[in-house]
Design a protein around this ligand. Sequence first.
Ligand SMILES: *Cc1c(COP(=O)(O)O)cnc(C)c1O
Length: 241
Amino acid sequence: MEQEILKNLELLKNRIDNACKACGRDPKEVKVLLATKTVTSQKIKIALQAGLTLIAENKVQELKSKYDDLQSISHSNHFIGYLQTNKIKDILKYDVSCIHSLDRFELADKLHKRLLFENKTMDVLIQVNTSAEQSKYGIHPKGVIELVQQVAEFETLKIKGLMTIGLFSAETELVEKCFQLLQQLQKDIQGLNIPNVEMNELSMGMSNDLEIAIAHGATIIRVGTAIFGQRIYPDSYYWNE
Ligand SMILES: *Cc1c(COP(=O)(O)O)cnc(C)c1O
């Protein structure tokens, strides 16, 4: 199991290097976030020991169940799943440092109130639905700027950039459109110079489409399968509540 994961990490590193070379980027600009849904803490530890540092869960329940096991090894927890407002307290309790799935005002408002109460701040990315598929979360591209402006008013929330899940399609051009759209939104928002808003991070690209995402400016790729192997549950289980 360990050899398998280490080999996969090596292959992933080569893919990132090649993708960066193809578009003239420095591989250091691309961070790997371990998408660890259904993956045991034992396997996660192997990747952390190999030098990776970022973990992301989709469900608070899994964050909770692996939390103690992973305390012995340094890492950061990100959250990439649909976040219900009644789970906000848990997210804070289990040391999540960045939420990639901020997609609505109500969630931002409740997060802000809780963060104020706990005297904390939180890095956030705005999740955008770039593929127009109903099964995925994320705000419609037309609403992004307004949401960014609203969230910017909450001093506890630090907007670092945007996140999206690309269309699942074998047609490269259709996937590419999603990532192009996110990159364009990033530029549009950067041009507005909104106080309390940084737009340096683009969280996009997964096991199947990370090369395309890197070509369009991804700074965080979220990788599960390519490191840990196939999952037994379909992703729809994680993407629909
Ligand atoms: C599962 C998941 C990933 C990783 O997907 P793989 O195809 O296994 O690399 C990335 N982002 C989100 C939001 C996910 O739920």
